[in-house]
Design a protein around this ligand. Structure first.
Ligand code: NDP
Length: 264
């Protein structure tokens, strides 16, 4: 096998990334294989990457900020968010990118006009989304469980709050960018607050994919239009794969093959 790729995370057993990337490699005859690696300690990311002899990797919860620190060079959008989800081995140098936010823009483009967004969560994904939304001139509010992670968003000019002091307004779109609901049945905020937010929002989206989270279940019960993280996953995956194969394969072909893996 010519090239080996992996996804790093904890947990990582739920990840569809191996299926997605292997579908592209296999069907487009690209000599590579993509595996998964459970990594508990983010500080070990760099040494594990090189010990496994990887050509590239994706990084998921909770190591995107550790991945940013592990890089020799960070390019593009990842620089402004301090979080990396894609790593490429360039002649022994670790180069980092962030393809999450563009993947998300692709997913919500189907919702139509969006101007006012509430993000629940303040981790790597929330940072990437907020910066990307602001780049497009959208209005962004952020609600998080703990105060300490909100500093970044206050500096960007977002309206911020924690569960106890949050004043709900009207939103075109509310996004769950927390990991609540990923491997448990939690809501991203207390139920009354989530209820009030959904009552005041037009659309709901969750970054989590492959299951109806308690958050989306509530949106569904309210007959809202919603999306899970599958399209976001597809978008970020296509952009990451282009980097892995150094743009040797066509974007549309990558997307077609990757989408097929969603049916498996
Ligand atoms: P981080 O670990 O960086 O951040 C986690 C965030 O979730 C923090 O704001 C944290 O709050 C909050 N949180 C965690 N547990 C709870 C809880 N029980 N209740 C309320 N808030 C909670 O994670 P990421 O930003 O990397 O990822 C967030 C989610 O997005 C994950 O579920 C991940 O799977 C998903 N994702 C999906 C993608 C896709 O392609 N579909 C791509 C990227 C991510 P606090 O600050 O208080 O700790």
């Amino acid at each position: 096998m010519n090239k080996l790729f992996s996804i790093f995370g904890d947990p990582v057993s739920h990840s569809r990334s191996p299926l997605m990337h292997n579908s592209v490699f296999k069907n487009l005859n690209y000599d590579a294989c993509y595996t998964r690696t459970r990594l508990v300690d983010g500080d070990k990311l760099r040494e594990t990457f090189f010990a496994l002899g990887l050509s590239g990797a994706n990084v998921t919860v909770p190591h995107k900020e550790a991945a940013f620190k592990a890089c020799d060079e960070v390019r593009g959008f990842a620089k402004s968010v301090g979080a990396v989800n894609t790593l490429v081995n360039e002649n022994g140098r670790l180069v980092g990118y962030n393809t999450d936010a563009d993947g998300f823009m692709y997913a919500i483009s189907e919702f139509g006009d969006i101007e006012n967004i509430l993000i629940i969560g303040a981790g790597g994904t929330a940072k990437a989304l907020a910066s990307r939304f602001l780049q497009d001139g959208l209005k962004v509010s952020v609600l998080n469980r703990s105060e300490s992670s909100l500093e970044y968003f206050k500096k960007l000019g977002c309206e911020c709050g924690v569960w106890s002091d949050f004043h709900v307004k009207k939103y075109d779109l509310v996004v769950n960018a927390t990991s609540a609901g990923l491997s448990d049945d939690r809501l991203p905020a207390p139920i009354d607050l989530v209820n009030s937010i959904l009552e005041n929002s037009n659309y709901a989206a969750d970054a989590i994919y492959g299951k109806l989270t308690p958050f989306l279940k509530m949106a569904k019960e309210k007959k809202m239009t919603y999306k899970d993280g599958a399209d976001m996953l597809l978008g970020q995956g296509v952009l990451a794969n282009e980097l892995f194969v150094n743009f040797e394969l066509g974007k549309e072909e990558i997307k077609t093959q990757m989408r097929k893996s969603f049916l498996l």
